[in-house]
Ligand binder design. Structure first.
Ligand code: SF4
Length: 341
């Protein structure tokens, strides 16, 4: 989900480069299509419902139909996976460009974790820039357009200077002002312990006048633990909102506090500052928040990063990378941001 949101930077940048005439169609899984189906710069979203049993040939047919109606000039492969390779192969007569996902660099960082190597990454010797900047830089060189140089440096979308963007949505009925807690993540090891989130919620209640909203998907039953918080200022929306409704809640929040996950990327796309908590993954991978007021927390330790996605099970007796990030630290960073708003 986060990747799809981050790729809106590409769409925005290409629009600024190619002007109003260019039309963009986006191919993605059905579960993420609602992120983009009302995006102002996207003409068509072609979705693929793998879980619903849709066949590969159905996807090819949809793209083929689009190509007959509006001939496709270029395929940009933003995913660089076997599946996207297969898709390009199905349309081999259409020129295509593929982004470099820096998988080798990320893999290298997970294997060689010495402080010196990490410092080299900090100095961007290996080109692991923030993901959004990287996309723009790659396309700048691919399109060989001199105007792109200036645009890449100057380009900011929207009033909050964010690069990513999503469509405006009707307000979801949660009384403002509020802070969103997003305790879920695509993989278990990327989750800051839920009891820490509960404690953080209690502290935020004590120290601010803000309402609190928990956002998580229908499968995130672990969020039921928040139900022990009894307050008219607390809204546990786990499993109660569609993706679009969650986007709307995020769009109108003062702050989003979450893991290295799609929710924080969505918040940033709406110009909402984030606190992102990194566990087994590393902000050097390029997925740290990019908003000027956003911050992240990540502990340096010998075993970290232990995988490029956070999917690999922790091999230590405890999830130290997460547990050593204290509630006090997250609270302090959050309050610093809230004071600037
Ligand atoms: S504690 Fe170390 S080994 Fe365990 S998940 Fe975190 S980074 Fe990986």
């Amino acid at each position: 989900m986060g990747d799809v949101v981050l790729q809106t930077a590409t769409i925005n940048w290409l629009r600024s480069l190619l002007g109003k005439e260019a039309r963009f169609s986006f191919v993605t899984s059905k579960e993420f299509s609602s992120l983009l189906d009302t995006h102002p710069e996207v003409s068509h979203v072609i979705s693929f419902d793998r879980r619903g049993g849709e066949q590969w040939k159905d996807l090819v047919k949809k793209i083929d139909e689009l190509d007959r109606r509006e001939p496709i000039d270029l395929i940009l492969d933003l995913h660089a996976t076997l599946r996207s390779f297969r898709l390009k192969l199905s349309f081999w007569t259409i020129p295509s460009l593929t982004v470099d996902k820096r998988r080798w660099e990320r893999f290298f960082l997970t294997k060689i974790k010495s402080v010196r190597i990490k410092r080299l990454f900090d100095r961007k010797i290996f080109g692991l820039e923030p993901q959004v900047e990287r996309i723009l830089k790659d396309f700048e060189s691919l399109f060989l357009d001199l105007r792109a140089k200036r645009r890449t440096v100057d380009f900011r979308h929207g009033p909050h200077e964010e690069l990513t963007s999503l469509a405006e949505l009707p307000v979801y009925p949660v009384p403002a002002p509020y802070v969103v807690l997003a305790p879920s993540a695509s993989f278990l090891y990327k989750r800051w312990p839920v009891e820490y989130f509960v404690e953080l919620a209690r502290k935020l209640f004590q120290e601010t006048n803000l309402n609190l909203v928990v956002l998580a998907g229908p499968d995130d039953k672990f969020c039921e633990v928040f139900n022990e918080i009894q307050s008219e200022r607390f809204f546990n929306l786990q499993g109660k909102t569609s993706l679009k409704e969650s986007m709307s809640v995020l769009a109108h929040a003062k702050l989003c506090i979450g893991n290295d996950s799609g929710m924080n990327h969505i918040a940033e796309a709406y110009g909402v500052p984030c606190v992102t908590i990194f566990g087994p993954t590393d902000p050097r991978f390029g997925f740290a928040p990019h908003g000027s007021k956003s911050r992240y927390l990540s502990k340096e330790m010998f075993c970290k990063p232990c995988s490029t996605t956070g999917k690999t099970p922790c091999y230590r007796d405890r999830l130290y990378c997460m547990e050593e990030i204290s509630v006090k630290e997250v609270l302090s960073v959050s309050q610093d941001i809230l004071r600037t708003l």
